[in-house]
Design a protein around this ligand. Structure first.
Ligand code: ZN
Length: 248
């Protein structure tokens, strides 16, 4: 094979590898328990959600894979999904993790740094819970140190705590890389994004509905919140109607 043909061949391979039409659905939850509350999903409803994703052949991907996909350096499954849990509630770990295991899905737990203690307290998970999650292939990332509305922060020391200390704490305790954040209340403005980058986060998620694809701004990822009035089945049928080719 001449070098000219080899180069053309490699270019062809690369263009196939990195120009795919994959989209990433990101669904998120808070509590997973039997309590009646708008921020709660009952375990059997959560199982319905996971089953729907399985039937439609969705695959969970890691946040590292997601970040590389947005940079255009990684191929991911056509129907990729991120399943996340905000705030770090113990009930989400107890009830969602075994169900996700059954369907071979991995989750992302965006935790509030200051609520994570050596023992479970106030319904929040413990450090031991997070260590177990990481050991079993789930991801733990930042939901800030104290759940402050980032769009309202003024003083530098608050940025340091909300974005820096939480990262140092989780990285030190869990031996992971903290590079993603879900913004409390989904709240963000123009001055927040440079701060997120300054503290070495490469991925951020709002609460704006929508699918993520190669054109998504890494700091403005979309997520769909699952609830009793918005189950995964409804979310998928909405996207199937609007993006039929995504389901082929
Ligand atoms: Zn929150």
């Amino acid at each position: 094979m001449s070098s000219h043909i080899l180069v053309s061949f490699l270019l062809l391979v690369f263009s196939f590898a990195y120009s795919n039409d994959s989209k990433v659905l990101h669904i998120f939850y808070h509590h997973i328990s039997y309590v009646d509350h708008k921020y709660n999903r009952k375990p059997y409803h959560f199982e319905d959600d996971m089953r729907e994703l399985k039937i439609k052949d969705f695959k969970t991907i890691s946040l590292t894979e997601y970040a590389e996909f947005l940079k255009g350096t990684r191929n991911i499954p056509k129907r990729s999904v991120l399943i996340s849990f905000d705030d770090g509630y113990a009930d989400a770990i107890d009830n969602a993790v075994p169900i996700m295991g059954k369907y071979k899905f991995n989750g992302i737990f965006f935790v509030i740094g200051q609520m994570v203690k050596s023992e479970r307290r106030g319904g929040y998970c413990s450090l031991a819970d997070l260590k177990k999650l990481v050991a079993s292939g789930h991801d733990v990332q930042s939901h800030t140190w104290s759940h402050k509305d980032l769009a309202k922060i003024g003083h530098w020391s608050v940025w340091d705590k909300e974005l820096g200390i939480v990262k140092m704490f989780l990285e030190g305790e869990l031996g992971i890389r903290v590079h993603a954040i879900s913004y409390p209340y989904g709240s963000i403005n123009k001055k927040v994004i440079p701060k997120i980058a300054e503290y070495n986060y490469d991925i951020g998620f709002t609460c704006r509905n929508g699918l993520n694809d190669i054109s998504t701004n890494p700091y403005l990822g979309c997520r769909d919140e699952v609830s009793i009035s918005n189950p995964v089945k409804k979310i998928l049928s909405f996207y199937q109607k609007n993006y039929p080719e995504w389901f082929n």
